[in-house]
Design a binder for this molecule. Structure first.
Ligand code: C5P
Length: 294
């Protein structure tokens, strides 16, 4: 009988995101605090004799060689010289290109699952190298929980866990391509990287209080270009969110609520207005690793 694995692939938000400067490689130097949350896709893996096949229940997701999950499987196969194949079925629940890291999470989970399914050995440093080659957010999903991301976001350090049971996420239903969000940046505020690390660490330590200083420097240019996203943020705040911030490069905005009743009412209101909306909570590193494999 061939091997089979069922996995959870969690989404992320960014509690903070500072963009320092444009680097010589074309990427932007970041300081961000990542957080895994309870919204998740399900991925199922079954071994094949050699073919790599992707199937997805959402027709907007390409199932060809451009899919990050396909690239992850190929990169792992190349690196470990195995000739094994896999059929991967994706049940998509995380909105696509929405600032929630869905594709990156799927790719990281694919790496972790295929190491088990194909029974291969790989150095941790090589695994991180492959993850970083797939996308800036992918290495974060190898660790999960609350983590500081530096460099282009691919260099990650675990932080003390932040915790929130009453998050509400919403977006206007369209995608914002990540490269487009970065292109809209006109003002790169602080060229000196070192001075920003203490800010991010301070913000992480105080995250239980959610400091007013928490910000996403991609938010202003993206909200200016897409007033519909600014409207989502306004609605979250007027419906009782204590704090609301765009996640990653958008279009999703997360709201932090004080209790589940207010968050639940806001969820109904936003859905009635035609927005994509979902309640969520934080997922810490321990829960993340205990529940990736179902
Ligand atoms: O790394 P990833 O493939 O997710 O990045 C997508 C695009 O977002 C990049 O091609 C680049 O335009 C932009 N980006 C950036 N600086 C980062 C991360 C992403 O400019 N730190």
């Amino acid at each position: 009988m061939s091997a089979f694995l069922k996995t959870s692939s969690y989404a992320k938000i960014n509690w903070t995101l500072d963009v320092l400067f444009k680097r010589e490689d074309g990427y932007h130097e970041l300081r961000t605090i990542y957080q895994t949350i309870s919204i998740k896709d399900e991925l199922r893996f079954s071994e094949t004799s050699g073919a790599i096949e992707i199937h997805c229940d959402d027709s907007r997701v390409p199932c060809d060689a451009t899919n990050l999950v396909y690239k992850a499987a190929m990169a792992l196969r190349d690196s470990t010289k195995t000739s094994k194949g896999v059929r991967i079925e994706i049940d998509k629940r995380i909105p696509v290109a929405a600032g929630l890291g869905g594709g990156s999470s799927n790719a990281a989970v694919t790496l972790l699952a295929l190491i088990k399914l194909w029974q291969i050995e790989i150095d941790q440093s090589e695994l991180i190298r492959i993850a970083a080659s797939l996308g800036s957010d992918v290495p974060f999903f190898l660790i999960g929980g609350t983590a500081l991301g530096v460099g282009r976001g691919e260099e990650v350090y675990p932080l003390e866990e932040a915790s929130c049971d009453d998050l509400l996420l919403a977006n206007p239903g369209f995608a914002v391509p990540t490269h487009e969000a970065y292109k809209k940046l006109s003002r790169l505020t602080r060229p000196e990287a070192a001075s920003i690390i203490p800010f991010s660490l301070m913000a992480a330590k105080g995250i239980r209080e959610l400091p007013l200083a928490a910000r996403n420097e991609l938010e202003e240019p993206v909200l200016a270009a897409y007033p519909e996203i600014a409207e989502v943020k306004r609605r979250l705040l007027s419906l009782g969110a204590r704090h609301a911030l765009m996640s990653g490069s958008g279009a999703t905005v997360f709201g932090v609520f004080d209790n589940s009743q207010v968050a639940g009412r806001a969820l109904s209101e936003l859905r009635a207005s035609g927005y994509w909306a979902e309640c969520a909570r934080t997922v810490d590193r321990q829960e993340y690793h205990a529940t990736i494999f179902q």
